[in-house]
Ligand binder design. Structure first.
Ligand SMILES: [Ca+2]
Ligand SMILES: [Ca+2]
Ligand SMILES: [Ca+2]
Ligand SMILES: [Ca+2]
Length: 277
């Protein structure tokens, strides 16, 4: 014979569960006199007597349950009568532990990093975040969303609320932004949540040609101008970075001019005023 009980893991210590175990046809001393509960980690037995003098047992929660640790318990209860010879019967109490939403989702990483090339087309996958929730059913069902997303990032990235995948939705331009930090939230069905950070480093592509800006230029110079006379100043800029932004200048043909290159460190390395002499 066995009895089934369903008890929520959120039940607090001291909670009582009546068990209607013994059906002893006899009365008086031959009826059930005592119950013995096999030792276990969570429950103790409390025996009550009804007004009619019948005894029944109560399970008293002594140590709280955790469904994520143990979903089912089997307890052995023995009922002993007062007859001679004494008779006993054993019943198995089958306890099913019901889930409570006592776990928030947990991300696999607290910080995710990804690198993305500028000009990557719309729908390019960037990274997939992932969280798990130890609870059951809707208590463990996770959806993802961005939190505190800047207006700029909002135009560039989207997050699939079911899969956690981040994709490109806008124009990724290294020259406009070389790094993005996005906060993502995982929520379970009842709103417990946790947060992780996603860092996206944009890598530069050589998508800008050098710009030549003539700062000054003498429209005419005397034919006997000595070598070294300044004729004009030219500034060359390339919006790209590192090698993609390094510029080399030369004069084509046999014109009687030289280029002298100064790296103007007070502005930018890529900025190079040139003097033609
Ligand atoms: Ca949960
Ligand atoms: Ca739970
Ligand atoms: Ca570029
Ligand atoms: Ca370039």
């Amino acid at each position: 014979m066995f009895i089934t009980l369903e008890i929520s893991e959120s039940a607090v210590k001291g909670a009582r569960y009546r068990i209607n175990a013994a059906h002893d046809a006899d009365i008086g001393v031959n009826a059930v006199q005592s119950y013995i509960l096999q030792e276990n980690a969570h429950f103790v037995l409390n025996v009550q007597t009804t007004n009619a003098g019948n005894k029944y047992g109560e399970l008293v929660l002594n140590k709280e349950l955790d469904r994520e640790e143990q979903q089912e318990l089997k307890l052995l209860l023995t009922a002993v009568d007062g007859g001679s010879p004494q008779r006993s019967g054993t019943v198995v109490i089958h306890v099913t532990v019901l889930d409570a939403n006592d776990n928030a989702p947990v991300f696999t990483e607290s910080v995710y990093t990804a690198s993305l090339q500028e000009n990557s087309p719309v729908n390019t996958p960037v990274i997939r975040v992932s969280a798990s929730d130890a609870d059951e059913g809707i208590n463990g069902e996770i959806t993802y969303e961005f939190s505190r997303l800047s207006e700029k990032s909002k135009k560039l990235f989207s997050l699939d609320e079911k899969t956690g995948e981040i994709i490109v939705t806008g124009d990724i331009d290294y020259e406009e932004g070389s790094k993005y930090e996005l906060m993502v939230v995982a929520k379970d069905g009842y709103g417990l949540s946790s947060e992780a950070k996603v860092i996206i480093d944009i890598t530069d592509v050589n998508d800008n040609a050098p710009d030549i800006i003539v700062k000054s230029l003498s429209s005419s110079i005397p034919e006997n101008a000595p070598p070294g006379t300044e004729v004009g100043i030219i500034n060359v800029q390339d919006r790209d970075s590192d090698k993609n932004g390094q510029v080399r200048c030369s004069i084509q043909g046999n014109a009687p001019f030289n280029l002298v290159v100064f790296w103007d460190l007070s502005i930018l390395l890529a900025s190079s005023p040139l003097i033609i002499v």
